[in-house]
Structure formats: structure tokens, C-alpha cells
Design a protein around this ligand. Structure first.
Ligand code: ADP
Ligand code: MG
Length: 517
């Protein structure tokens, strides 16, 4: 057999090599970018996603769209990964990262057509990405947790044009208060409750439970709450015990009931002695125990979800008690107030004003499930952005300002390089234009005119010149408060570059023939 005829992979494997493989991979990545491009920016459009069971999601959120699209092509999947990385690392800027990755590949394509080797292109892209990070750092402004005004603008920028738009002022205050109370993403719970207006969403320095007090005789509200958090049932009629009792005479029945009552009494005494005035129980609470607790003026809720119990523990400092005999004053958690509140015809338990809570809750309100879900996604972007700003300590202006400034400085930098890498750095600089261009396009503006005007402002030294998508004019994006943490931009640049170079390095796709299962 000659070398040509011999095959080392299965005969039915699908194989694409060289330029064809590259072309198809680039095409697939560009299609993904093109699909979500129209959602970029405050004037971006929404997508309606319908899953296999007919559930509808209307969203503007890049990563949500890509997750639901069930993309199959391997190179397109790599681009979706960029969005996921961006989401995990910084929580926002997903559309930006994907659109930029698509454009880097588009620009690379014309270099490939001019016979520039992929290795040169990837080298140039890496140089350009590193230089972009320097430019970003040099233009950024310092921010700390004390700059409440800047933090609120960051939250507002993240929500502009999203479902949260109409009440972004209120919501951005809530977001910043939540982050200042506890600047860790996992400590901020976002809960949804249909009913009321979005502007009635609120921050609770504590936890909101979908639970009612178990007995009408209990107080509707307890000030200076001392909370016992129990993972033990306040009931006796446990099958284990039932099995051991055989009742033969009516008197025995009475004795049994008396005994049961006295055991429940002991339990309630133990709770009262600890000083608790609120009991939140992961298990059940017997009717008699409910009555006895209400007699003592103790507020109680039962069958509290485990995840809620953990959040309450974090928020109030209560330890989760599994043996009532062990319950002591030191196990109790503290909250300024625990109360039952009617929300949209349903009672809920609010645990409010916890001192130094390690967990806080934002209760999102809105007229329908669809509205609330989109508001929740926008809020989560805003929370992520504010935390990122505090963590990365630097802030930049958006609205295309950063991208145009980086592009300008890259162009100068390219001239300092020799050989074909210079072409790749210039291609990278051109690729950045897609972001301001798309912002303009989505706002119904002429992208060419806007870009030209923007560039001339930057040439005049106005590094924060950006697009006011509402008026079509050029504005100082910093002064206008379109602010973003530096890490969104730097992460978008690095992850887009990473995936573009990864795709460019592939010159062979060998796919096993997937047989029907
Ligand atoms: P991403 O998923 O990338 O965060 P978005 O749809 O949230 O996409 O759009 C982010 C882009 O919108 C950023 O470039 C940001 O600077 C820009 N942007 C946000 N608010 C404004 C505004 N008020 N005016 C102009 N551009 C804005
Ligand atoms: Mg965003």
C-alpha cells in the first residue's frame, strides 16, 4: 500500500484539513457573533428563545442566549465557552467578548487570504492584546468602596437598556447597598416574587422566606429577634415511636396523649429558656407545640428549606441545632425584626436588619415572571460589575470610548513593529472598531459617520469620547457616568483573543462519525 492510500483513522471519520478546516471554523464562530451582535448595548434588541417544552425566555443577555441556542459546531462551541468564561470571571461583558472574538477572526481571514501564516497572526494578536491591557491600565481611574456615586453609575450602566431600565435608579442603589453590606457574590441572594412594580424591589439585610407563622396566636412581628434555628422536629408522632406503643385500653390512650403533651411542653420550655423569641424549623412542628409556642409569644415557621436555613445562619449568626437539649443562648441568631408580611396575597416571613449579615437578599418585584427574570439577570450583571470594580480597583468609561482609545494607540504601536506581525496588530486594532460600530448600528445611527467622528475626537486627545446612543451625539462618557470596571474590558479582550488564536491554530478537524444511538 502506498503512503497516500494508507489511513490511520477510521474510514468513516469526517476530516477537514488546511484552509477548508480554517474557513469553516471561522465561519461558524462568525455566525455565533453575528447572532448576538444585535443585542449589544442599551439600544440592543432582545431575542425570544423557545425551548423544547415551549417555555419562552425574552432576553438581551448574551450568555443566556448562547446557552439556550444548543450550538453543535465545535468551533462555535469554543466561542460559547468565551461567553461562559466571561460570565464566570466577571459576570458581564459577554456580548462584547463574543462579538470581538468574531471580528478578530473576520480580520484574520483577510490576512490568511493574503498568505499571512496563522502563527504570525496569533503572535501579532497576542502582542496587541498585551498592549491593550497596558493602554487600559493607563487610562483607568482608581475606585474604592467609598466611591458610592461611581459604584451606582457602574450598576446603572450595567442595567441600561435591560429589563431593569425603568427603575434603574432605585435598583442601582439597592445593588450598591447590598455590595457594601457584603461584597461577595455568593452572599447576595436574589429572590423573585411576582406582583407589584419593579421599583418596589427591596434590599433585606437578612433573608426572605416563603413561609407563614404556624399559629394565628403568634405575634405578626418580633422586634430584637433572637432566632433558634432547628434541624430537629418539634413533634413526637414519629413512626419510630409509634411502632413501640401498643394501646389496649382507653386509659392508656389518655396516658399516651398526656405523655406526648408533656414531652412537647419540655421541648417548648427548652426553647423558651434559651431566650429565643423566633423558631425557624427545618422539620415539622406539632399542633400542640404550635399552640404552646404561641402561648409564649414565640414566632415559629416550619419546614424551612435547607438552603434557606443555611442563608439564615449566615445572615443572623445562628447555629443550626440538631439536638434540643443542646440549645443555648449562644446558638441564637439576631435580627432587628422578624415579621410576617403579605406579598401579593401570600404571606412571607422577613428576617430583617441583621447586624453585620454575611448574607443579604434582594427581593425582585415585577408584574410577570418574564419581567422579573429579565430584571434578575440585569441585577446580577450589575452586582457582578460593582463587585468587580471594587476588586479590580479601577474603572473605565464605556460607550465605545475604551475601544476607540485602545484601537488608536495600537495603531501607533503597530508602526513600531516590523514584518508581518505589524499587519496582525493593525488587524486587531481594526477589529476593536466593531464594538463602537455595533453600538451605533443598534441605535439606528450611521456606524461609519459615528466612528469617524469618534476617532477624530480621540485624535484631539479626548480619551473618554463615546457614543450617546440616545442622542446620536458624541459625549464624554466618563462625565456622563457610563462606567464599567476595568476587568470587564480586560477580560473581554483576553478571552476573545484566546479563543480567536485557538481557532486560528487549528488546521485539521477529525470528527468521529457519530452513529445513531
Ligand atoms: P455585554 O453583554 O457585553 O455587557 P451589553 O448589551 O450589556 O453587552 O452592552 C454593553 C455595552 O453597552 C458596553 O460597551 C457599554 O459601554 C455600552 N453602554 C452601556 N450603557 C451605555 C450608555 N448609556 N450609552 C452608551 N453605551 C452604553
Ligand atoms: Mg452588559
Amino acid at each position: 500500500m502506498s503512503e497516500r492510500e494508507m489511513s490511520v483513522i477510521p474510514e468513516d471519520a469526517l476530516r477537514q484539513s488546511g484552509r477548508l478546516a480554517q474557513k469553516n471554523n471561522i465561519l461558524a464562530a462568525k455566525i455565533v457573533a453575528e447572532t448576538i451582535r444585535t443585542t449589544l448595548g442599551p439600544k440592543g434588541m432582545d431575542k425570544m428563545l423557545v425551548d423544547q417544552s415551549g417555555n419562552v425566555t425574552v432576553t438581551n443577555d448574551g450568555v443566556t442566549i448562547l446557552k439556550e441556542m444548543q450550538i453543535e459546531h465545535p468551533a462555535a462551541k469554543m466561542v460559547v465557552e468565551v461567553a461562559k468564561t466571561q460570565e464566570d470571571e466577571v459576570g458581564d461583558g459577554t456580548t462584547t467578548a463574543v462579538v470581538f472574538a468574531g471580528e478578530l477572526l473576520k480580520q484574520a481571514e483577510s490576512l490568511l487570504e493574503k498568505e499571512v501564516h496563522p502563527t504570525i497572526i496569533t503572535k501579532g494578536y497576542q502582542l496587541a492584546a498585551a498592549k491593550s491591557q497596558d493602554v487600559l491600565k493607563n487610562m483607568a481611574k482608581h475606585v474604592t468602596i467609598a466611591d458610592v456615586d461611581i459604584l451606582q453609575k457602574i450598576a446603572m450602566t450595567a442595567m441600561t437598556g435591560k429589563g431593569a431600565e425603568s427603575s434603574k435608579e432605585t435598583l442601582s442603589k439597592i445593588v450598591v447597598d447590598a455590595v457594601i453590606a457584603h461584597p461577595k457574590r455568593e452572599s447576595i441572594r436574589v429572590e423573585k416574587k411576582v406582583g407589584a412594580e419593579t421599583s418596589q424591589s427591596e434590599l433585606i439585610k437578612g433573608v426572605v422566606l416563603d413561609k407563614v407563622k404556624v399559629h394565628p396566636g403568634m405575634p405578626a412581628s418580633v422586634e430584637h429577634a433572637k432566632i433558634a434555628l432547628l434541624n430537629v422536629p418539634l413533634e413526637i408522632r414519629d413512626t419510630e415511636i409509634d411502632a413501640k406503643i401498643s394501646i389496649t385500653e382507653p386509659t392508656q390512650m389518655q396516658q399516651f396523649l398526656d405523655m406526648e403533651e408533656s414531652m412537647l411542653k419540655t421541648m417548648v420550655e427548652q426553647i423558651a429558656e434559651s431566650g429565643a423569641n423566633v423558631v425557624l424549623c427545618q422539620k415539622g412542628i406539632d399542633d400542640v407545640a404550635q399552640y404552646l409556642l404561641s402561648k409564649k409569644g414565640i414566632y415559629a415557621a416550619r419546614r424551612v428549606k435547607r438552603s434557606d436555613v443555611e442563608a439564615i445562619s449566615k445572615a443572623t449568626g445562628a447555629s443550626i441545632v440538631t439536638n434540643l437539649a443542646d440549645l443555648s443562648t449562644t446558638d441564637l441568631g439576631a435580627a432587628g425584626r422578624v415579621e410576617e408580611v403579605m406579598v401579593n396575597d401570600e404571606a412571607m416571613t422577613y428576617i430583617r436588619n441583621c447586624p453585620n449579615p454575611k448574607s443579604v437578599t434582594i427581593l425582585v418585584r415585577g408584574s410577570t415572571e418574564h419581567v422579573i427574570s429579565e430584571v434578575k439577570r440585569a441585577l446580577e450583571d450589575a452586582i457582578g460589575d460593582v463587585i468587580c470594580a471594587i476588586d479590580s480597583r479601577y474603572v473605565v468609561a464605556g460607550a465605545g470610548a475604551c475601544e476607540v482609545e485602545i484601537s488608536k494607540q495600537l495603531h501607533v504601536y503597530a508602526d513600531s513593529l516590523s514584518g508581518k506581525e505589524q499587519l496582525a496588530v493593525k488587524a486587531f486594532s481594526l477589529a476593536l472598531d466593531i464594538l463602537p460600530q455595533t453600538l451605533a448600528e443598534n441605535a439606528g445611527l450611521d456606524p461609519i459617520d459615528v466612528l469617524a467622528e469618534l476617532k477624530s475626537k480621540h485624535d484631539e486627545g479626548e480619551k473618554w469620547a463615546g457614543i450617546n446612543v440616545f442622542t446620536g451625539k458624541i459625549m464624554d462618557a466618563f462625565v456622563e457616568g457610563v462606567l464599567e470596571p476595568i476587568s470587564i474590558k480586560s477580560q473581554a479582550i483576553s478571552s476573545a483573543t484566546e479563543v480567536a488564536t485557538m481557532i486560528l491554530r487549528i488546521d485539521d478537524v477529525i470528527a468521529a462519525n457519530r452513529t445513531e444511538e
